[in-house]
Structure formats: C-alpha cells, structure tokens
Design a protein around this ligand. Sequence first.
Ligand SMILES: [Zn+2]
Length: 192
Amino acid sequence: MVSYKNDFSLTTHHLPLTTKEIMRCPFCGNLEDKVVDSREAKDGDSIRRRRECLGCERRFTSYERIDEIPYMVVKKDGRREKFDRSKIMSGLLRASEKRPISATQLEEIVDKVETFVQDSPDRESLTNELGKIIMRELKKLDKVAYVRFASVYLEFEDVSEFMKELKYLVRARRPKKKTDKKTKSDESKTEK
Ligand SMILES: [Zn+2]
C-alpha cells in the first residue's frame, strides 16, 4: 500500500540503536540525515523512519525499537542531540543563582520539560519549544531568573516582549531606599 519513488527503500537498518549511536547512510556513510517520515511499525514496538542522507540525498529506512530510541532535541540549525535532563538543570541553576528558588522548584520545571519531550509523538522536540516551557515556568517563579535565562537563550521569539520584561525589571529594581520590599505578590497576579 505504500510505495516509494525509488528502490532504496528496500535498504533497512536494524540497528541496536544505543543512545550514542547515530544513523549512518548505507550508501555513502554520511552520519547526517534528516527524517522525512516516521511512523510506528505494525508490531507497535518499533518506529520506522524514512531518512534522507544530507550527503548524497538518497533515502533509506530505519527501524528502531521504541524502547531503544532516545528522546531527541532538535536545535535551530537542525542538529539533533539526546535530551538530557542534567543539561536543562544546569541551565536553570545558572539562571537562578542566588535567587529564592528551591531545587525542588527547578526539578519541577525539568519534569515539565521532560514530560513534554516524552509526549512528543516523534520522540523529537524543538529546542525552542523547550525554551518556551522553561521561560514560562521561570517567569512565574522569579523575574530575575527568567530574564537571565531568556538573555542566555535569546532565541527569544518575541523580542519586544522580552524588552518590556527587562524594562519592567529595571524599574522594579530601581533603588527604593533600604527596604527591598517584595513586589512579587502583585507580579504573579498579572501573570495570565
Ligand atoms: Zn549518503
């Protein structure tokens, strides 16, 4: 029922895909490819992917056992890397240094990101989607951490929103004499 334009589709890979391993083009050996189609195989235990080699542009099919397929994160330039909780965590730690955010709170953010990654049908998510989740959550917790994260992350889509946030923050921090009153409570109310 499924037909292909070329006969390369007969070439399959049955790789014991450990998380480190990358698909290699069976024609030219190139390590970079893009997935042009993914679907669950009939047995439901594997995912069948049509891939196109970025080197020779020929297509091949790979079958990967679902439990062996790592969750991948796709960067802006199209590169994929394995989703790594600790990477997210270290970014969060950096952003929230010396801020009143507990490790548990950060852990919760990482959990949210992970859930999102695991829910993606293709086992692939875009880094900027993850970034958005992180920023949304940080924003609720602490503006400073949020802005720090966003500025590192600056693939910020809505730059004007970011600038607005920044101005707000600068204004809020303008020396109000000695008492560093919590402006937190009303900030969180304006959220959503
Ligand atoms: Zn190739």
